[in-house]
Write a protein that binds this ligand. Structure first.
Ligand code: GSH
Length: 215
């Protein structure tokens, strides 16, 4: 059985979302970020036992049949390929598109959207920078316009249906929500994200996430 290491309030949520959507049972080991270590007395990203699993020390990690993977988005590509079904690419061309949008999310969106999350929500108030938010909002305009155009024909990123590409990109777009002006400028992205978050699997895992202590 697949094991996912990482609390719901981490990038492990991406993997948990996909597994829920695919109806795949999995083992969940709630590893904490190291800066939260000690709060709940559970394993954290710098615990020796976790570093034996993932020497990079980041969460999430996944174990499956002797394979250990890190990088949340790569884990999702692996899981989609392994379990197949409508969330996975139906052929090589769709797999190419899924990889394209996943890397677009990782390179064009996440480095900016995470600055919005850090500087509007997660950092202690005296460490936040509105200048970084402004910079991120400006840098996201182009990528969000590209996403908006890609979503226009069908409302999905690949194959006219909900796939792992939508999960991988929705999870990095979500970090921009604390700056609503970015989404107001891209109404197709806003509607698509709302549709992603209306899915039963998302509602289920987000409720479980809310039960965890906040960061
Ligand atoms: N690119 C990596 C990022 C992993 C990452 O930075 N995870 C955070 C939690 S969401 C983490 O482990 N933070 C605590 C630490 O680095 O010790 C991925 O997508 O898996």
């Amino acid at each position: 059985m697949v094991t996912i290491y990482g609390v719901y309030r981490s990038r492990a949520l991406r993997n948990i979302w996909l597994l829920e959507e695919m109806g795949q049972p999995f083992r969940h080991v709630p590893v904490l970020q190291n800066f939260r270590a000690g709060a709940e007395g559970t394993m954290h990203s710098r615990s020796p036992e976790y570093l034996r699993i993932n020497p990079n020390g980041g969460i999430p990690a996944m174990e499956d049949d002797g394979l250990v993977l890190s990088e949340s988005l790569a884990i999702n590509l692996y899981l989609a390929r392994k379990f197949g079904g409508p969330l996975a690419g139906a052929d090589l061309k769709e797999e190419g598109r899924i990889a394209q949008w996943t890397l677009f999310g990782a390179t064009e969106i996440e480095p900016r959207s995470i600055q919005i999350l850090y500087n509007r929500v997660q950092l202690p108030p005296d460490q936040r920078s509105e200048a970084k938010v402004t910079e991120a909002v400006a840098a996201l305009r182009g990528p969000f316009a590209a996403l908006d155009a890609a979503l226009a024909p069908t409302g999905f990123l690949v194959g006219g249906r909900f796939t792992v590409a939508d999960i991988n990109v929705a999870e990095v777009v979500r970090y921009a929500l604390p700056a609503p002006e970015v989404l107001e400028a891209a109404p197709g992205v806003k509607a698509w994200l709302a549709a992603c978050h209306a899915r039963p699997a998302w509602k289920k895992i987000f409720a479980l996430r809310e039960e965890e202590p906040a960061l």
